[in-house]
Ligand binder design. Sequence first.
Ligand code: UDP
Length: 454
Amino acid sequence: MEKKSVARKPHCLVIAFPSQSHINPMLQFSKLLEHHGVKITLVTTRSYYHNLQKVPPSIAVETISDGFDKGGISEAESFKAYTDTFWQVGPQTFAELIEKLGKIGDYVDCVIYDSFFPWALDVAKRFGIVGVAYLTQNMSVNSIYYHAHLGKLQVPLKESEISLPALPKLQPEDMPSFFSTYIEDPFVLDFVVDQFSNIDKADWILCNTFYELDEEVANWTIGIWPNFRNIGPNIPSMFLDKQYEDDQDYSVTQFKSEDCIQWLNDKPEGSVVYVSFGSLAMLNEKQMEELAYGLKECSSYFLWVVRASEQIKLPKDFEKESDKGLVVTWCSQLRVLAHKAIGCFVTHCGWNSTLETMCLGVPIIAIPWWSDQPINAKLMTDVWKIGIRAPIGETKFVQRETIKYCIRRMLESEEGKMMKNNSIQLKTLALKAISKGGSSYENIIEFTNNLFSF
Ligand code: UDP
């Protein structure tokens, strides 16, 4: 990629919510912009700063305060207490940062903010700076929250079937979990809906997905916001287009990866079930037990990520390492999904995991847990047809027999082969979208050209 030569590169501040699944895609996007000649400063909280060692040296890092400079969210009494304080202290320290950079001649031209931080747009506008919303979740979820913001969705949900423009018909269990927990805890739904409180003032609205994945939703969205663009999937280049050799797995994480590639190396192609529930999910003990015995009793190999804090929930007699299975506390998921031994992915359906599995052509067994995961599961199973959803039933957990059945169905049936083929087709579409001339590629070029025109 040829870098544009200008006297001064346009300078973007990129600010993400301090969690892995928000920082990673925004960091990936930052690296792309950098390849197109844009200067990037990544902004994080003082407490999250130590997780950013893997940021490439060409990207500057600055910090702001969330009001909990030592421990971040773990110091706060609740998520609400955390964001209440953050929303007071964050905008002030973010504005101070922009001023500080201006004073040393490092002027900020553009703020690319995680849509979870609507206040960052207000700060950008106060300084007369271009404000760009970056949506880390998929457009169907964003559309649902946007409708809730407009008051077009009754909360708590009353209907047994939800119809929204450009989306498949949704049952209440397909909706983001915050709708069903609204009565006990209205705060989280209010929080995610608030992303859209000022979005109409954003100069651009970018989303980490690609047009071909969800054409109808993308067309609907651009009808609402003409400045909306898909710019994804933002995953490291070496796992998709292989354009930038230096673009390895730069996952920003508080967890230490264990090497499991060697273990995978001697397993036959497509024979291993990879199991992970992301960086936050906490399964209950019963679910862990059923999963453990389901995996142990099925005939396939398995690689299971159980975070250190969750390992206590494993059954006492469960072997963490055998020829049949391996339990690790964390791994490089992208490297694992890219390994030919992987046959399918038992996933909680976080949006990053969803994009990653798609980009690497791996079909899934969905066990969504909360947040946007139920709708991601619905799309993967019913719309894109790259997987099956493990039924929960009356027990409220997925039973071991169900797990064994789903794995067999996925790895040993014609239907499983069809889902594998579908996921390879999506991989091809994703690759096309981010390659020269592709939809996301061209949107990024349009966006950077606009930055250079200031
Ligand atoms: N991940 C990883 N190693 C693991 C498990 C997860 O690198 O052992 C990464 C995964 O690649 C993804 C992120 O953690 O990028 C999880 O994000 P997602 O949106 O899927 O779920 P969340 O953690 O927000 O629930």
